[in-house]
Write a protein that binds this ligand. Structure first.
Ligand code: SF4
Length: 376
């Protein structure tokens, strides 16, 4: 087990409606929420063994955690306190749908100790929201951002999506401008990717709609990075931007630097430093496992040293912090620079990578190529 403090992720598997592009696990029968919370409490009691260091982040995602009532969220937080050791400065994040957020709900979340609120805004264009099957409106997104500020949230993150079929670059720039005008502390700008088993993925496979090509997507990516960095944001990971170092997501950082994390709830994934395991991707199956006194684990993979080595540099090069060459050498006994000298020289000459303070760091165009780096 790594000595770095692990993170705790809770997957809330409910959404009031399903968005047409989404492949995350959730279902719409909210009458099962009380059963789910009971099962989650059991899972919390059982699952902590093996994580000896205290957790320093708690991320409540999904699904749509904001479909829960403040009382239900309070009960989940109490379960966390009872079952896990937490650091004093633990970062608490909650994902929310802008359509759910009245001022009194937001004040309750703030009083419960949620520090970071991630709003699934996705777009400030009503047609794009409609196309994506989002249930909230532009007006609700704006109201929820204002209400979150009024409730006292000092770290508000907005999730936005680009590369939507038929979305011109200008429309995306408008969405970014409106987001910047609010000056959120954090922005996640994701390229739309479609799994075949989603309605939009299915429509794309049949030729009903088509995603933008690689060159067009590159323009979206570069424009996003340029606009946000010009406004003072740090582009610290392929899709993530923070208004200053203190607003970088400590929880998400764990996924990129091999820090262990424990995921609870249907479909949640966990990582111990050398193994990865994942929960059953079905609420009935999850409930049944816990009612029978078993952890709801569906599968487990022990990672080889070679897999860990590959992941370590690949994930590091998705972040602006980059790969610390000396750390990599002491962990894997390999001089990354000399072992990959030719390709790295080419990428440095093309301006995609720089070597700085012992770190190999991607530039803006390097971040754009992060996925193709896997082919090194
Ligand atoms: S995108 Fe979010 S709100 Fe939409 S179905 Fe997926 S998890 Fe639910």
């Amino acid at each position: 087990m790594d000595s770095k403090n692990p993170g705790l992720y809770l997957h809330i598997p409910f959404c009031l409606t399903r968005c047409s592009y989404c492949s995350f696990y959730s279902q719409t029968d909210v009458s099962l929420i009380p059963d789910f919370i009971g099962a989650l409490e059991k899972e919390m009691e059982m699952a902590g063994a093996g994580f000896s260091s205290p957790f320093d982040t708690v991320y409540i995602g999904g699904g749509t955690p904001s479909v829960l009532s403040p009382r239900q969220i309070e009960r989940i937080l109490a379960g966390i306190e009872e079952s896990f050791r937490l650091c004093r400065e633990t970062e608490f994040t909650l994902e929310a749908n802008p359509g759910d957020l009245g001022l009194s709900f937001l004040r309750s979340l703030k009083n419960l100790g949620i520090h970071r609120l991630n709003l699934g805004v996705q777009s400030f264009d009503p047609h794009t929201l409609n196309f994506l099957g989002r249930r909230h409106t532009v007006e609700e997104a704006i109201k929820s951002m204002e209400a979150a500020r009024e409730a006292g949230f000092e770290c508000i993150g907005l999730d936005l999506i680009y590369g939507v079929p038929g979305q011109p670059l200008g429309l995306w720039r408008d969405t970014l401008s409106r987001a910047i005008a609010f000056y959120p502390e954090h922005l996640s700008c994701y390229e739309l990717t479609l799994e075949d088993d989603t309605p939009l993925g299915e429509s794309c496979r049949r030729g009903g709609v088509s995603l933008p090509g690689e060159d067009e997507l590159l323009q979206f990516f570069l424009k996003t990075s340029e606009m946000l960095e010009d406004c003072g944001y740090i582009h610290y990971e392929v899709s993530n931007f923070a208004r200053g170092p203190k607003y970088v997501s400590r929880h998400n950082q764990k996924y990129w630097d091999h820090t262990p994390y424990l995921g609870l709830g249907p479909s949640a994934h966990s990582f111990s430093g050398s193994a990865r395991w994942w929960n059953i991707r079905s609420l009935p199956g999850y409930l049944e496992a816990l009612q029978s006194g078993n952890l709801p684990i569906e599968g487990k993979e022990i990672l080889t040293r070679e897999q860990l080595r590959m992941e370590a540099w690949f994930l590091a090069l998705r972040t602006r912090k980059g790969l610390y060459i000396e750390d990599f050498r002491s962990q894997y006994g390999e001089d990354f620079l000399s072992c990959n000298s030719e390709i790295l020289k080419t990428m440095q000459e093309q301006g995609h990578l720089i070597l700085e303070d012992g770190h190999l760091r991607p530039t803006r165009t390097g971040l754009a190529l992060a996925d193709s780096l896997a082919r090194i």
